[in-house]
Design a protein around this ligand. Structure first.
Ligand code: MN
Length: 300
């Protein structure tokens, strides 16, 4: 028997990254992870003319994958492996930091003047968190056809459509675009926890409209979700098997102990481990002072 559907709505927090206003939906104080997902920023939609909409200088990562996904516009990625990748809407930039990598992301000089997207992090399990870093650009992703909606499978699998993105634990990430006012049964995995973020338009579940400024959490034990929406609305679905490892998050690092974090910070300050981002002309980001890490991150 399915448990009664309970949706826990977690208001996102407004903050700034690289001069851009963003909504931080994960981590929040009441819920820090959804499966292996440990970070979710929503930015845009914005229009701009001369200035660079996004300019995030070189900074390090450890113990995680960054998932960059656009609804509109362009972002160029540069990293310390020497990779450069321009990402357009509907394409995935996936950076698996492993033991350490540095990258910068900015609006390319040739751009559409629009930007709308999300940036997420996935914690790497113990067996892979110290792996050699790797960057992947996926220009095309598969989609699952639901009645009255199309789900682009960013990571994981839905209804036989499997994303080519390399993953290290059971996970789903999908961008669902609605085509009509018909209700849509969105498939879930019973052994996954899930969360929803409205990207565009209006979405309701069991007659309740989902607040666009919040992440909506659905616990284990459900195999589908009845969603009402309208044409052109978009909904981000993330989920995964509950992450069985106790993680610590601080700044851009996912670790297991405070010593690992302190060491990673030292290595960034002293130009060790993470390498230099030669493709990016701006300056590298300075690390904040390390005081303490809370599991995973204090929702400041
Ligand atoms: Mn980053």
């Amino acid at each position: 028997m399915n448990p009664v559907l309970q949706i826990e709505s977690l208001p996102a927090r407004e903050t700034q990254v690289g001069g851009m206003r963003i909504l931080r939906a994960l981590p929040r104080s009441r819920r820090r992870m959804v499966g292996p997902w440990c970070f979710l920023d929503r930015y845009g939609p914005i229009s701009f003319t001369r200035e660079k909409a996004m300019d995030v200088g070189a900074h390090p990562h450890m113990g995680l994958q960054t998932v960059s996904w656009l609804l509109k516009g362009e972002v160029v990625h540069h990293d310390s492996l020497g990779c450069e990748a321009v990402m357009h809407a509907g394409q995935l930039n996936l950076m698996t930091s492993g033991a350490g990598i540095a990258h910068a992301e900015e609006t390319p000089s040739e751009n559409s003047g629009e930007l709308s997207g999300v940036q997420l992090w996935i914690a790497l399990p113990d067996g892979h968190r110290n792996m050699t870093p790797v960057f992947d650009h996926y220009p095309v992703l598969p989609s699952a056809s639901l009645p009255a909606a199309t789900a682009t499978v960013i990571v994981g699998e839905m209804m036989g459509a499997t994303s080519p993105a390399r993953m290290f634990s059971p996970v789903i990430g999908a961008d669902i675009e609605f085509q009509s006012d018909q209700p849509v049964a969105v498939p879930l995995q019973r052994d996954f926890e899930h969360a929803l973020l409205v990207l565009k338009g209006d979405v309701a579940i069991q007659g309740r409209r989902l607040d666009r400024g919040a992440l909506h959490y659905v616990g284990l034990g459900h195999d589908e979700l009845e969603v009402s929406s309208h044409r052109d609305s978009r909904l981000l679905l993330i989920g995964g098997r509950p992450f069985g490892e106790h993680i610590l998050m601080w700044w851009n690092f996912v670790a297991r102990t405070e010593d690992e974090i302190a060491q990673a910070r030292e290595d960034w300050v002293n130009h060790r481990r993470f390498g230099d981002v030669h493709g990016y002309a701006g300056s590298r980001l300075a690390s904040p002072e390390f005081i303490n890490a809370v599991p995973p991150n204090p929702a400041r």
